[in-house]
Every structure is written in structure tokens, then in C-alpha cells.
Design a protein around this ligand. Structure first.
Ligand code: ADP
Ligand code: MG
Length: 156
């Protein structure tokens, strides 16, 4: 995979989105920041649910649309799942104290990262989901060495 190379897949149904997320669990390593891009209903939360399933999380996975962040502790790292959709201005990032959640031991998945403006930490990987007929088009791109290694281990 070359610099900024993007990997693309067609996901015909929800189960395919869950399965792709679950496959990533094997090669996930903290610290990592992942942006989840796509319209409402594109599958960002479904993808996260699949990843958590792959990590053997057994409880519910709620969309963080209202709470802004849901956190899941695992051995060696914590997965934070953010959704900034309801931010009315980027400063809410600071008001909510979200910087405190970023560290060496976290994997952070962020829906609607653009809503946090310059407060949102830079991404190692951007995952995009788009409606494509009855299914979804998945694209992932790496922006750092760390992100590239993770994508290679996951998708090759
Ligand atoms: P988002 O978090 O992007 O707003 P959600 O994951 O909450 O979206 O909702 C996505 C919706 O699309 C769910 O109803 C889910 O069942 C469905 N879905 C997820 N992946 C696919 C897919 N590959 N093909 C068709 N429907 C999908
Ligand atoms: Mg969502």
C-alpha cells in the first residue's frame, strides 16, 4: 500500500459491515485515531458495533449521538466511540473535556469529526461509508505510518 492509498470494498448488507469491522479487531493496536465519515444511516455505528463484536464485547453498543462518547475498556486499551453530530460549535469539544480521553492507551473512533473543528485530533485512518444501491461502499485511507500498518494487517 503506498502513501495515502485507499482500500475500497462493497458491503451488500449490514452483516457485511459488521463482519468487516470484526475482522479489524485482530490487528487493532493503541494508540489510534480513526475518523468515521458518511451521512446519517451510512453505517458508521454499525461498523463500530462490528469492531466491538470482534473484540468480544458482549454488552450493548449504543450510538453516542446523545452522550457524545461511549467508552469500552479492554485488556491493554480503551476504545472510545465519539459522535460529534450534535455539536453546535467546535468549542464544545473543550467544554466536554474530550482531550482527557486521548492517550497512548486509546483507540478512538469519531463520527462527525468535522464538527469538532481544530479540536479533533488528527486521524491515523479515515473510514468512509456511502450508500451504494441497497448496500454501502466502504473506503479506508491511512494518513500516518501507524495507520498504514494497521490497514495493511487488516485488509491485505
Ligand atoms: P450511522 O452511524 O452512519 O448514522 P447506523 O450504523 O446507525 O448509521 O445505521 C446504518 C443503517 O444501515 C442500519 O439500519 C444498518 O442496518 C444499515 N446498514 C449497515 N450496513 C449496511 C450495508 N452494508 N448495506 C445495507 N444496509 C446497511
Ligand atoms: Mg452513528
Amino acid at each position: 500500500m503506498t502513501d495515502n492509498a485507499a482500500v475500497s470494498r462493497f458491503l451488500p448488507d449490514e452483516e457485511a459491515t459488521l463482519a468487516l469491522g470484526a475482522e479489524w479487531a485482530q490487528s487493532l493496536a493503541a494508540p489510534l485515531v480513526v475518523y468515521l465519515q458518511g451521512d446519517l444511516g451510512a453505517g458508521k455505528t454499525t461498523f463500530t458495533r462490528g469492531l466491538l463484536r470482534g473484540l468480544r464485547h458482549e454488552g450493548a453498543v449504543k450510538s453516542p449521538t446523545y452522550a457524545i462518547v461511549e467508552s469500552y475498556p479492554f485488556d491493554g486499551f480503551t476504545l472510545h466511540h465519539f459522535d460529534l453530530y450534535r455539536f453546535s460549535m467546535p468549542e464544545e469539544w473543550e467544554d466536554a473535556g474530550l482531550d482527557d480521553l486521548f492517550g497512548a492507551d486509546c483507540v478512538c473512533l469519531i463520527e462527525w469529526p468535522q464538527q469538532g473543528g481544530e479540536f479533533t485530533p488528527a486521524a491515523d485512518i479515515t473510514v468512509s461509508l456511502e450508500h451504494a444501491g441497497e448496500g454501502r461502499r466502504f473506503t479506508a485511507a491511512a494518513h500516518t505510518d501507524k495507520g498504514r500498518k494497521s490497514l495493511e494487517a487488516w485488509l491485505n
